[in-house]
Design a binder for this molecule. Sequence first.
Ligand code: RB5
Length: 147
Amino acid sequence: MIALGCDHAGFELKQFIIKHLEDRGIEYKDYGTYSTDSVDYAVYAEKTARAVAGGECTLGLLFCGTGVGISMAANKVRGIRAACCSDMFSAEMTRRHNDANILCLGGRVVSPEKAIELVDVFLDTPFSGEDRHARRIAQITELENRF
Ligand code: RB5
């Protein structure tokens, strides 16, 4: 189950990706927002990130204008590793090396076609599980626990 969330600036891209997930037969839960009316991205970052951190969803996709603000907010939720990506290499490696659990995309940055590619590589790439990457992720968690 994939968690989805966006603000007004990411709404149209989220809708486009929903259609793509449906075409692929991938189940999702949409935590809003549900229109282009202006909203605050932290609200939807929290709803979506909680669903991933709590285990209700395995991975999440977040959308705002740049992907940046919504990733900053999502990363405040314990256990979330949200990555804002606009290139294929980063979107793949953030799964393989960082075990990122949320991909953040900018509706004003990437085209719908590029977003599909980024989403697919993110969802289809596993964490490598290699010791050095597991150790580094554990250090992120440990850092989180100190604050
Ligand atoms: C909203 O205008 C915009 O600031 C927001 O979607 C996002 O880009 C912030 O990082």
